[in-house]
Write a protein that binds this ligand. Structure first.
Ligand SMILES: [Cu+2]
Length: 283
């Protein structure tokens, strides 16, 4: 019995330590990370609530089952009970699970509504999936560009490249031009595709949503902490599905404004040239 107790104690300690692991041990982390947006934090809280409800139910159900198996196992001279039905027990084991499911549905529905609520967004970004890259369009700012796999990763991934992928920083998770966004701003995104189904997935944001041709999906997020966040296409979209990562660089508002002004200045000569060609006709 003491062996059993020390074994179960050790298992419990392992489970608890795995659940509480910090991001520094990300390679060994089993649990969902809390992420950096209000959406991801709410999803994490919901996940933890449901997990602990499941743990309690599991302990109770397996506890009763194991107790019954041990306490009522076959013994010499014991007469088996003869009853075969209990309406009370059936009502109890139907009503309790229904109540648990309804109780869990309330916070789940609340979180779903929160995730879909794009009201009050201060910026609109259109994200379009292509085989095999992403296009980002700042709808109100007149800036648009493609974001493809970084050259370092692309060279290393080629057959017989002779480059050890382990030597490439952020291998297959780096792009040539990241999506740059301001911190502390509610961003509404419109998501679609130019060819086949893709999915825009950034784990830290709590977002994984399909990009479907001919259809526009919508959502929002707000990142308060500046930083670089990485994601990937999460819908098998063809042979280079694994080579269209997502990188989002979140800058403090002032730095973002400077970045945006530089992008607009870069784009301006091209726009002016197009406009003058339209007015003057081909030269
Ligand atoms: Cu894809």
């Amino acid at each position: 019995m003491s062996l059993l107790r020390s074994l179960s104690g050790r298992i419990l300690a392992t489970v608890v330590s795995l659940l509480g692991m910090s991001a520094a041990h990300a390679d060994w982390q089993l649990n969902l990370p809390p992420g950096v947006t209000e959406i991801s934090r709410r999803i994490y809280d919901l996940h933890m609530l449901v997990l602990w409800v499941c743990v309690v139910i599991g302990v109770l159900v397996f506890g009763v089952m194991i107790y019954a198996m041990v306490a009522f196992r076959k013994k010499d001279g014991v007469k088996p009970a003869t009853w075969d039905h209990s309406t009370t027990a059936e009502i109890i084991w139907t009503v309790i699970p229904v109540m648990v499911l309804v109780a869990l549905a309330i916070p789940a529905a609340r979180t779903l509504v929160f995730i879909e609520d794009t009201r009050g967004a201060q910026m609109n970004i259109k994200i379009t999936g292509y085989q095999w890259k992403w296009n980002y369009e700042y709808l109100d700012e007149g800036v648009s560009f493609f974001s493809s796999l970084a050259r370092t990763s692309n060279v290393a991934r080629q057959k017989d490249s002779g480059i050890d992928p382990a030597s490439v920083e952020n291998y297959l998770l780096e792009v040539d031009r990241p999506l740059v966004l301001p911190a502390g701003v509610k961003i509404r995104y419109l998501l679609t595709s130019n060819d086949v189904n893709h999915a825009w997935w950034v784990l830290d944001f709590g977002i994984k949503r399909d990009a479907i041709p001919g259809y526009i999906n919508e959502g929002w997020f707000q990142v308060d902490e500046p930083g670089v966040y990485r994601g990937q296409c999460a819908e098998l979209c063809g042979k280079d599905h694994g080579f269209m990562p997502i990188v989002v660089e979140v800058l403090p508002k002032a730095e973002f404004d400077a970045w945006l002004a530089a992008q607009q200045a870069d784009a301006a000569p091209a726009v002016a040239a197009t406009a003058s060609a339209a007015v003057n006709g081909p030269q």
